[in-house]
Design a protein around this ligand. Structure first.
Ligand SMILES: Nc1ncnc2c1ncn2[C@@H]1O[C@H](COP(=O)(O)OP(=O)(O)OP(=O)(O)O)[C@@H](O)[C@H]1O
Ligand SMILES: [Mg+2]
Length: 213
């Protein structure tokens, strides 16, 4: 277990064998909250990898095979419209389920990082990974956060997929409706994302513009 399958901003993902991966946070931390949510959603039939072990900063998950939605889009294996359908459908299905903890009947489980890079297209179906930011609250915060993440890509001048991301943003917003709670989504991305205030302001302006139609 020396070379990771993938290394993200905070975690390395190692293949344990043909069936399991180990996802480990480099800076430590407690994976139990995200493991609890994944187990809950798995029981309800939502497409997440099965959790086999959750201890400290280590999460052992079913190993999936297939490209991310971002890779499929980049390689021309899926068109933008279909990608928007998959993305909107995964939000809609998540937000149909009851919250696990909250007493507020309007609250739902939120992913809060549900972009195409966190969706694996397995042979059976798309599966949602990377539940590090999960929380409960109003579904619109999830859809608007996704819209903002797409806009961060669309407004990045060095990003080859910028134009694709802008079209995806338009198609996604057309499916999910308006992008409410935009200030809250910007505050969340300031805490959880890689960008500073200027980038987030540019991205938020694009979401507002596209969201108005
Ligand atoms: N269950 C899994 N089965 C197979 N590969 C996986 C699995 N989970 C994650 N991966 C691989 O690891 C990559 C990163 O996973 P993940 O998004 O969970 O980690 P991350 O550190 O949060 O990454 P990032 O910072 O890029 O979001 C995925 O794109 C995928 O290639
Ligand atoms: Mg990820």
């Amino acid at each position: 277990m020396t070379v990771p399958l993938a290394s993200g901003r905070d975690a390395d993902v190692y293949a344990l064998d043909a069936h399991r991966v180990l996802r480990r946070y480099r800076a430590g931390g407690d994976v139990r909250p995200e493991a609890d949510v994944m187990r809950y959603l798995h029981r309800l039939g939502y497409p997440v990898p099965e959790v086999w072990r959750a201890e400290g900063c280590e999460l052992e998950l079913t190993r999936l095979s297939g490209p991310t939605l971002t890779e499929a889009l980049r390689d021309g294996d899926i068109d933008v419209r279909t990608c928007a359908d998959v993305l909107a459908d995964l939000h809609r299905r998540l937000h149909t389920l009851p919250a696990r903890l909250s007493d507020d009947p309007a609250d739902r489980v939120l992913h809060l990082d549900l972009h195409p890079g966190n969706i694996l297209l397995t042979e059976d179906a798309p599966v949602v990974i990377d539940w590090r930011n999960t929380a409960e609250g109003p579904p619109e915060l999830d859809t608007t956060t996704t819209a903002l993440i797409l806009a961060e890509v669309a407004t990045d001048p060095g990003e080859p997929l910028a134009a694709t991301a802008e079209q995806l943003l338009a198609d996604f917003l057309a499916e999910v409706g308006t992008a409410g709670l935009l200030d809250e989504a910007v505050a969340l991305r300031a805490r959880t994302g890689p960008h500073g205030p200027d980038t987030l302001a540019r991205a938020a302006a694009l979401v507002a513009r596209v969201g108005r139609g």
